[in-house]
Design a binder for this molecule. Sequence first.
Ligand SMILES: [Zn+2]
Length: 200
Amino acid sequence: MADPIRRLVQELARLPGIGEKTATRLAFHLIRSNRQQVRDLAQALIDATDKIRLCSVCMNMTEDDPCPMCTDTRRDPEIICVVATPSDLLAIDRGGHFRGRYHVLHGLLSPLEGVGPDDLRIAELVRRIGAAPAGTGVREVIIATSPSVDGEATAMYIARTIKPLGVTVSRIATGLPVGGELEYSDQATIARALAGRATL
Ligand SMILES: [Zn+2]
């Protein structure tokens, strides 16, 4: 295999869910593709990684800081829905049942994989809740992590951490299949899970 192809295969194989075999197939596909298409792909990768950053308020990925959701005055700033990933946020927001704000953790606590509280955006959530004087800021925090072991542990940890700040902490109902991934749940299930949330 020529060196530039080998390098391309190596880079592609670093992506999640892509093994050596798929990487090789993709590499040969790209090499055979129209030059302009490949340039467009490369430019899209560069633009996305250069221009996208984390919103300093909700930690979601955005081009503008603060992001459009954090500046949308039609969204209730007193309710924050805490999610593990930007794709979970999209899954919940697609249904349009939740009209508050969000906070993205970027992962779940996982002692087995060495993910601790400092690896997640929990400190930013605490700061966000504490920023407003008591009674004027966040009223409720809904923790919408998946009902997996890590999702439950993360919900419990966050509840313990933010309850002393005087907010109501609730957890989405377990209408989701156990161990089920939020991002793959249908809108009716997510709506039920939100409506049936229980105070922690
Ligand atoms: Zn934001």
